[in-house]
Write a protein that binds this ligand. Structure first.
Ligand SMILES: [Cu+2]
Length: 575
């Protein structure tokens, strides 16, 4: 992976040369229409790193100096625990006469939060208010149960002007549109299309939208975030994300740690200025500030840099979410302590998987059990590739009330998950994931099967049918691919010769298909598609007919055409 970006740059340079000699652009040479070309910029400085650790630096001198994260004191702020959203009202069920269901009203607003003890308050956009006992603000957690539908009115009370660099040349972010628009998507929720937060179903400040969540699905760690066309990367960076947890009887029966022993943890990287305000790097071209990826040097854990969490020497349930724009993490615990993964994006695995390392791409979740019982009196840290981001301080002994009660124990079996046979698929689709570099401007463009957002819908699965989707990742990036509405299983990954394909259009496998890792053998809604690898998933299209989206969850990629609609078609009624 270390040479990947260099290789891409070399390839880009080669192709630029070819294109210049041939008097035609790179995009045309790939059979792409000229409309693909991103407006000119001379800067390549916005280029991120595929799994990068190197911060992106803008070409222009910053107006304000950046914060050096390493200068901050470590572990001086308590980890904020997101508060459960409170519903005081009920409203009529939209489809069942006479039934009343819980109604939440969640307001998006500009708020000041403390991301670190030694920094001035930071202005963010959030669905939340201050957390009791903390100077931090974090979005409320929606608590839902299978079989208990609910309504949420999402209210946009944000300012009329954005504070992060909008790129008006991107699809759906034109200067003719309001600057501030929001569309709330509950990631992983099986909901009717009008409640899914379709990117073009946006609201402006002063507007709201009420969404219906039927909650027919299994217990899982979902999350909500903004998905407005052309602004998702900025709105989420501004702070618009939170947890949405679904519980059910199957999970209840496992007696997993609950209450203060169940901790949702959202990890998101950011850049800051020395005055404590958010910094979103740009390309250096004010007319086209988009950058291909972003890897901030500050890791926010529930909105705070370098927090600590006091734990008792006992079993904890940690629901881990990667809510970063681009960064993939490799998590571990500082002393090499093993932990167990019990669930993935769409709920429980079949059995706990013992692990010492966990790789999590943007939008993926991991439901973990960490047993601190043998670590009384010690401190350890949650790390990303050896870098500590959250400290666990283990008390010398359990709380007295807990000693009297029986402690939850590690379950051995979680639930039954039947692998879907490939023979269940009625349609196989293949998608080429590509990145193009403009020969003159060196700006990247990311596409799914060479199609743009506004091209006609090509994926029209039948409601109730099962399909196999193969993602041929011709790039050097890990692209986490997310399908709205559905859950799926990963079939396998098989490496191919990327150079041979890109240079000669000759497709050649380089090895056998590899089954997913044990902790991926559950229901997923986001899949890591690895470089120069074909990743296959099998997808039952269940839920509702209508138009949804699928996209790369590197938000900068999704903003630059790596997002497509799909339409679930209701089966024809018999005549
Ligand atoms: Cu991508």
């Amino acid at each position: 992976m270390d040479v990947s970006r260099r290789k891409l740059l070399v390839r880009g340079a080669q192709l630029v040369t070819v294109a210049a000699v041939g008097q035609s652009g790179l995009l045309e040479s790939f059979g792409l229409p000229a409309q693909a070309q991103h407006p000119a910029t001379d800067s390549m400085s916005g280029m991120g790193h595929p799994m990068g650790q190197t911060p992106v630096a803008p070409a222009a001198a910053p107006v304000r100096p950046w914060l050096q994260i390493d200068s901050l004191a470590r572990f001086v702020d308590r980890l904020p625990i997101p508060q459960a959203a409170q519903s005081a009202e009920t409203r009529p069920h939209p489809h069942q006469a006479g039934a009343q269901i819980p109604y939440h009203r969640i307001v998006m607003r500009r708020v000041a939060t403390k991301v670190h003890r030694d920094l001035p308050p930071c202005n963010i956009w959030s669905y939340g208010t201050a957390i009791p006992g903390s100077a931090a603000v974090f979005s409320p957690t929606i608590e839902a149960r299978k079989g208990q539908p609910l309504l949420i009115e999402w209210v946009n009370n944000l300012p009329a002007q954005h504070f992060l660099p909008i790129d008006h040349t991107l699809c759906g972010a034109g200067k003719d549109l309001p600057e501030v628009r929001t569309a709330v998507h509950v990631h992983g929720a099986c909901v009717p299309p009008e409640s899914d937060g379709y990117p073009e179903d946006w609201q402006t400040p002063g507007q709201s939208r009420t969404a219906f969540y039927p909650m027919h699905q299994d217990a899982a760690t979902l999350w909500y975030h903004d998905h407005a066309m052309g602004l998702e990367r900025l709105n989420q960076y501004a702070g618009l994300y939170g947890f949405f947890l679904i519980r059910d009887e199957q999970e209840d029966a496992l007696n997993l740690p609950r209450g203060k022993y169940e901790i949702p943890i959202a990890i998101a990287d950011r850049f800051f200025y020395v005055d404590g305000q958010l910094h979103y790097p740009d390309s250096g071209n004010p007319e086209a500030p988009w950058i291909p990826e972003i890897y901030g040097d500050a890791i926010l854990v529930n909105g705070v840099i370098f927090p600590y969490l006091e734990v008792e020497p006992r079993l904890y349930r940690i629901r881990l979410l990667n809510s970063s724009n681009s960064r993939t993490y490799t998590f571990s615990i500082s002393n090499g302590h093993a932990f167990h993964q019990i669930g993935t994006d769409q709920g429980l695995l079949a059995a706990p998987i013992e692990m010492k390392q966990l790789m999590l791409s943007p939008a993926e979740r991991a439901d973990l059990l960490i047993d601190f019982s043998s670590l009384a009196g010690s401190s350890l840290a949650l790390q990303d590739q050896g870098r500590s981001i959250l400290e666990f301080r283990v008390a010398a002994q359990p709380a007295a009330a807990q000693i009297a009660k029986s402690m939850p124990e590690m379950p051995t079996i979680l639930r039954r998950i039947d692998p879907i046979p490939e023979s269940a698929s009625v349609h196989a689709r293949t998608f080429f994931l590509k990145e193009y570099m403009h020969p003159k401007t060196h700006v990247m463009l990311m596409l799914l099967n060479d199609q743009y957002w506004h091209d006609p819908v090509t994926e029209k699965p039948l409601l109730g049918s099962t399909e196999i989707w193969s993602f041929v990742n011709t790039t050097q990036d890990v692209h986490p691919i997310h399908l709205h509405l559905v859950r799926f299983q990963i079939l396998d990954r098989r490496p191919f010769d990327g150079d041979e394909y890109l240079d000669y259009k000759h497709f050649q496998y380089m090895g056998d298909a590899v089954p997913p890792d044990p902790n991926e053998r559950g229901w997923k809604d986001t899949v890591k598609t690895l470089p120069e690898t074909v990743t296959r998933i099998i997808v039952p299209f269940e839920g509702y007919p209508g138009r949804y989206v699928w996209h790369c969850h590197l938000l900068e990629h999704a903003a630059n055409e790596m997002m497509r609609p799909f339409e679930v078609i209701a089966p024809a009624k018999p005549a």
